[in-house]
Design a protein around this ligand. Sequence first.
Ligand SMILES: O=C[C@H](O)[C@@H](O)CC(=O)C(=O)O
Ligand SMILES: [Zn+2]
Length: 280
Amino acid sequence: MSNTYETRYASHPEAVKKYDTEQLREEFLISDLLQEDRLKLVYSHYDRFITGGVVPTAKKVLLESIDSLKASYFLERRELGIINIGDSGTVTVDGEEFHLDHKEALYLGRGNKEVYFSSKSEKSPAKFYLNSTPAHKAFPNKKIGINDVEVVELGSPETANARTLRKYIVNSVVDVCQLQMGMTSLKSGSVWNTMPAHVHDRRMEVYFYFEIPEGQAVSHFMGQPTETRHIWMDNNQAVISPPWSIHCGSGTSNYTFIWGMAGENLDYGDMDVCKITELR
Ligand SMILES: O=C[C@H](O)[C@@H](O)CC(=O)C(=O)O
Ligand SMILES: [Zn+2]
């Protein structure tokens, strides 16, 4: 099976005001990210951020370059963050093997030529979620295990937003050009992520929702703070957040998501928080 990719253009907030449900989903929702033996990539014109995924089973899957990059190999001018949300797998980088267990991550710097994804077991494969951004400099590759992350507890049960945030790829953990990635898990009984909501006009962001129980869903909110829209999300779907947009969600149960950002600075806390009562 061959790898697939698609391009998403940047939308103006005035245009998005008029989108109906279908168009909103076409522009911002990313489905079918975790396909067996087939790498799917979505190239966004917001900060040229690439979102991808693959579930290697019987064979190893190569990270091929895509036509939009006009590069001789994928990481010629890019950096890459990988988080494994499945069972044990391996990322082979120019012959060097990095073993990633469940919820372990890998940062790959610019200049790595040959990258392969494989699973330890065909029956319980690895599930690799990928974020990539342009890079001006080559930083060393680094595996980020579960004990290497920075952990932050946020919210409370009373406001239904108690959650644990784990920073995997931030510049206090690993040297990066512009990519930032982490994982946030909602506690049982809590459903709201990123509430109070925020915007950061300097950076775009992509949320990948997973561990949504069967039969449940997450309503993701986007748009300018006084002009919001929602997108209903299934398990293993991602959603692009333009720099001018809030990005938060509420589930019909608790769930987990991976956030990835890129843009102007590497200051994770640089957000403009919205007053909850002023959202529209
Ligand atoms: O800019 C930061 C990102 O939106 C997320 O890290 C927020 C988040 O995971 C949360 O509050 O639950
Ligand atoms: Zn954010």
